[in-house]
Write a protein that binds this ligand. Structure first.
Ligand code: HEC
Ligand code: HEC
Length: 350
């Protein structure tokens, strides 16, 4: 079992620049705290800078360029209210407690690290909203990192994934509350509206956040936390997948390689990406690492073995069916260039 407890997307993103593969992810010296106060502040500064530059004249606005490319390749993403989303439950021993306290444990903690300034991994009130249409898949997460009154529509972060299944084109948007503040979730503007550059983080900050280093096998992510409202999350496990980019941003530096060892019981339902999906996320899904914030129920079988989802197996059967495949994934994650790992580019479309 590894002791590493956080996911470090920036380190992965940098490691991925040269080879598309992941070895430096394990190097503790490259570990960078993600998504804290600092990144929110940087995001805000970049946003203000972009605004300043655009208001002073002819300079390009990176947000507007990115939004235009996303509009062209995926289509309009509408304005929305988080109030229309479904709340993700936070339970202890299967029931929602009467109250929540900072740092408490729960059955299905959020896997995305909420950061040291947060109230931990068991914060109630986050919402998921599926804005998918006939020709696009759009998933929204309105995230709570701080405990607020039940039904509060103030959030700490808004995350949006927009995907065109016909071409694979995928865009990423994020708005972050400045520490101790909040975002009013009832009036989220359209990310593809050029005027929204004042609301959402600058695309450079989104690249820095490294969405695609965790969402590295396909756009949409399963975790026991979101699995509770799984019918509100779009899926597209084997579709074309690439990141829309505009000059100078760097979405195209995110990893685009997956591994496909032969006879794997783990790759029948989805690809396994070479960054976090094969690493920390597989460890958490197969009880090879403790999930931060898990209570005793969450840390023991079956909740400790969240893959395949809702499997209903005995622990013995699970081990018989999956142990060899998980060993292969772990070995390939350390060195995906081994022949048996069958590493290849994710089909990208155009
Ligand atoms: C450190 C890994 C990591 C990074 C970086 C990351 N995510 Fe996620 N994301 C997750 C995990 C894990 C989930 C599942 C929910 C959970 O357990 O927290 C998730 C869920 C989501 C969801 C809900 C729908 C779904 O697929 O489950 C959206 C929307 C989303 N992320 C958008 C983003 C955006 C936008 C960014 C970048 C600004 C981003 N994510 C960066 C790990 C990550
Ligand atoms: C019966 C189908 C099925 C099998 C078998 C399965 N998974 Fe998954 N898994 C899913 C689905 C569905 C998702 C979420 C959607 C996606 O990633 O495309 C998912 C997501 C994941 C994720 C989270 C990252 C992400 O992209 O959402 C990891 C890690 C993962 N699986 C690992 C494994 C491992 C390891 C095994 C083998 C022990 C395995 N899976 C077997 C269905 C399956």
């Amino acid at each position: 079992m590894r002791t590493e407890t956080e996911i470090h997307p920036q380190a992965s993103a940098k490691a991925g620049l040269g080879t598309g593969l992941a070895p430096a992810r394990r190097d503790p010296s490259t570990l960078i705290r993600r998504r804290g106060l600092a990144s929110a502040a940087i995001a805000r500064c970049l946003g203000l800078l972009a605004l300043f530059v655009s208001s002073t004249g002819a300079e390009a606005n990176p947000y507007q360029d990115y939004a235009a490319a996303c509009r062209a390749q995926i289509g309009e993403i509408p304005a929305f209210s988080c109030a229309d989303g479904v709340t993700i439950p936070v339970t202890i021993n299967g029931v929602e407690p009467a109250g929540y306290t900072p740092g408490m444990t729960c059955d299905r903690p959020s896997l995305l690290p909420n950061g040291p300034e947060s109230d931990g991994q068991c914060v109630p009130g986050s919402r998921i909203l599926d804005l998918s249409t006939e020709d696009k898949q759009i998933s929204v997460m309105c995230r709570q990192k701080h405990i607020r009154p039940a039904d509060s529509l103030y959030f700490d972060e808004i995350d949006i994934i927009a995907h065109n299944p016909a071409s694979g084109a995928t865009c990423w948007f994020q708005a972050s509350a400045v520490s101790a503040s909040h975002i009013d979730g009832t009036t989220i503007p359209s990310p593809t509206d050029p005027a929204s550059s004042t609301f959402f983080n600058a695309p450079q900050a989104v690249v820095h956040d490294g969405c695609g280093t965790c969402h590295d096998n396909d756009p949409f992510m399963y975790s026991p936390f979101v699995g509770q409202v799984w019918d509100h999350v779009p899926v597209n496990p084997f579709g074309l997948y690439f990141h829309v980019d505009t000059p100078g941003l760097g979405f195209d530096t995110w990893p685009t390689t997956h591994i496909a060892p032969r006879d794997s019981t783990c790759t029948g339902c989805h690809r396994i990406g070479v960054h976090e999906t094969c690493g920390q996320l597989t460890d958490w899904a197969t009880a090879r690492a403790l999930i931060p914030g898990a209570d005793p129920r969450g840390a023991s079988y079956p909740l400790s073995h969240s893959m395949p989802p809702f499997h209903g197996l005995t622990e013995r059967a699970w081990d018989t069916i999956n142990t060899a495949a998980v060993d292969d994934i772990a070995a390939c994650c350390l060195d995906p260039t081994q022949t048996f790992c069958n590493a290849k580019p994710i089909p990208r479309g155009e």
